[in-house]
Design a protein around this ligand. Structure first.
Ligand code: FEO
Ligand code: CA
Ligand code: CA
Length: 557
């Protein structure tokens, strides 16, 4: 945290926020007013007139403890952990909990469906992998415990959040679940003519749509696909599910195939749907997809078809332009007599011309196509959020040690004319990781309705408490105001257990509960009798279990 920020200063920030909100209710121009002026986003605040102050807390200090530490007067309940039974069929909660999204049942902020991504498996599930080769049983488990969970959660009369295993909605979606393929690569040679795919895995972050479904992102899919002998090009997509209806499952190829981190959905000034996406790899790009058709609220889930037809763009940060990633552009670039390989593309021009014959090829091998048309290689773009207050776009660039960006930064994009459909933009470095800010390696993001950005960090486990990462100690959750006198200054809200990162922060509509995943505690463990973490410290249990907690204690302004 920012050591120079004392409690008095901190409270004065929130005081400013509260004053702005009071002005808002008096009709004096407000966050609410700005939000109304901006295009809708699929942020959790969309559709909710909350405007609550979520933020009163005493910032904590960095910690090396094997605990989830949160500010005083807050508490957390573990709502689901790895291998917990989630329903009457006996299905189990997956491993590697990441993105969370809460869907109210009958508008409730105390009972709803929680959708959680499961990104990967580890020793607490598989046991040791001998000679780097998984047994058939380990491969089965690897596929079963990745993917997604839909569970029903509620806050009981004592204020404790619990899972309702009698729910008719609770289910697993995993490496065995069939998905329909949509968009330009459906049935194409690049996908071995497939119109459906087996399963989803490596589900990292995601996003909600304007029509109340979840988009989930297949990130580091390659090892699982190779180990299970599944076709590589069937993974690395954005998948869509409807938490309330199991039969609706899509892989949207129009959004490109790469190491998808997340989606952030908004709307253009003329009513088309925009999806911002990061490719979490060193020297990879930022994308946005703009649908051809317009959003029509009355069509509900049928709006999903908007994700099947549109234009994918990549950011060129030097010119401030969104460049189309299309077969037309790729062909044009490759037909230039003066063609030179851009940084990151090593194949010969003739081979590239053979590889890229159609839009299906472009989306299936998207990173290479994006670099060809002028996409800027960046420093591991992870989560992206559209500010519900001013339509600026916040991107976590986690880090990139290949050229000295050790602590990462948060980039903020200003679309031309404040229109998410613009093809020109400017940007700033909104906040930079490092000693001066108190955080390193920003990853997932969430907004509260006071305009504060909630940022979790992902310092890789092998670097924890070492070298230049020492002062940050374990990974954490930070709050960074995006307006007012505290703008850009980070305050630490949570410290993660040993060897873990915090992922998937997501507020209920009333902002009285924050769901948060604890991912891969104890992942450096090599001897199951001597784990590096045993969080959540269940009595008699030597396993560290990733899971989702519900944090309560937020006070209104
Ligand atoms: Fe799965 Fe890029 O974090
Ligand atoms: Ca992430
Ligand atoms: Ca991560």
């Amino acid at each position: 945290m920012n050591q120079s920020m004392d409690r008095k200063t901190f409270l004065s920030y929130l005081g400013t926020g509260a004053a702005a909100l009071a002005a808002a209710s008096a009709g004096l121009g407000t966050l609410e007013g700005k939000a109304s002026a901006a295009s809708p986003t699929a942020d959790h605040l969309f559709g909710f007139k909350t405007n609550k102050v979520s933020g009163y807390f005493d910032p904590i200090q960095p910690s090396k403890e094997d605990n989830l530490i949160i500010p005083r007067n807050f508490k957390y309940d573990v709502v689901a952990a790895f291998d917990d039974v989630i329903n009457q069929a006996g299905e189990k909660f997956g491993q590697g909990a990441d993105y969370n999204a809460y869907f109210p049942i009958n508008g409730s902020s105390t009972r709803g469906l929680l959708v959680t991504n499961h990104e990967y498996t580890n020793i607490f599930l598989l046991g040791p992998i001998v000679d780097g080769k998984m047994t058939p049983d380990q491969i089965q488990k690897d596929l079963y415990y990745q993917g997604m969970s839909v569970i029903e959660v509620y806050r009981d009369e004592k204020g404790t959040w619990k899972m309702d295993t009698s729910s008719k909605y609770s289910r697993r979606i995993n490496g065995f679940t069939k998905f329909d393929i949509t968009g330009p690569a459906k049935g194409s040679p690049a996908l071995y003519n497939a119109t459906a795919a087996q399963g989803t895995f490596a589900n990292c972050s995601g996003g909600v749509t304007l029509w109340n479904t979840v988009l989930s992102c297949e990130e580091n899919y390659a090892d699982t696909a190779a180990t299970a002998k599944l076709p590589d090009t069937h993974y690395g997509w954005v998948v869509e599910i409807d938490p309330f209806e199991h039969s609706f499952r899509k892989k949207h190829t129009a959004l490109g195939r790469f190491n998808h981190e997340n989606t952030a959905m908004g709307m253009t000034a003329d009513g088309r749907v925009v999806v911002y996406m990061g490719d979490d790899k060193k020297d990879a790009c930022i994308y946005k997809f703009i649908s051809k058709g317009k959003y029509n609220k009355a069509r509900g889930r049928a709006n999903s078809a908007l994700l099947e037809d549109g234009t994918l763009y990549v950011a060129n940060l030097k010119s401030g332009r969104w460049v189309p990633v299309t077969i037309g552009e790729v062909t044009r670039v490759l037909s230039n007599d003066n063609f030179k390989n851009p940084y990151g593309v090593s194949a010969k021009k003739e081979d590239l011309q053979k590889k890229f014959k159609s839009q299906a090829d472009v989306v299936a091998f998207c990173h290479e196509a994006a670099l060809l048309v002028g996409g800027t290689p960046t420093d591991r773009p992870e989560d992206i959020e559209i500010s519900p207050f001013d339509n600026t776009v916040f991107i976590c660039h986690t880090n990139n040690d290949t050229h000295g960006n050790i602590h990462g930064h948060i980039t903020r994009i200003f679309e031309s004319g404040n229109d998410l459909g613009a093809l020109e933009f400017d940007f700033e470095i909104f906040a930079a990781g490092g000693r001066q800010s108190g955080f390193s390696s920003p990853d997932n993001l969430a907004f509260d309705s006071n305009g504060n950005l909630w940022v979790v960090t992902d310092i890789s486990t092998s670097s924890h408490n070492k070298g230049v990462y020492k002062t940050f100690m374990n990974n954490g959750l930070f709050v960074i105001p995006t307006n007012g006198p505290g703008k850009g200054a980070a305050m630490q809200f949570a410290s993660a257990p040993i060897d873990s990162e915090l992922t998937g922060p997501y507020f209920t509509p009333d902002e009285q509960t924050l769901f948060l995943s604890v991912q891969h505690p104890g992942e450096m463990t090599t001897d199951l009798n001597n784990p590096t973490s045993t969080w959540p410290h269940r009595p008699g249990d030597k396993k560290a279990r990733c899971g989702v907690v519900a944090i309560s204690g937020f006070k209104l302004g």
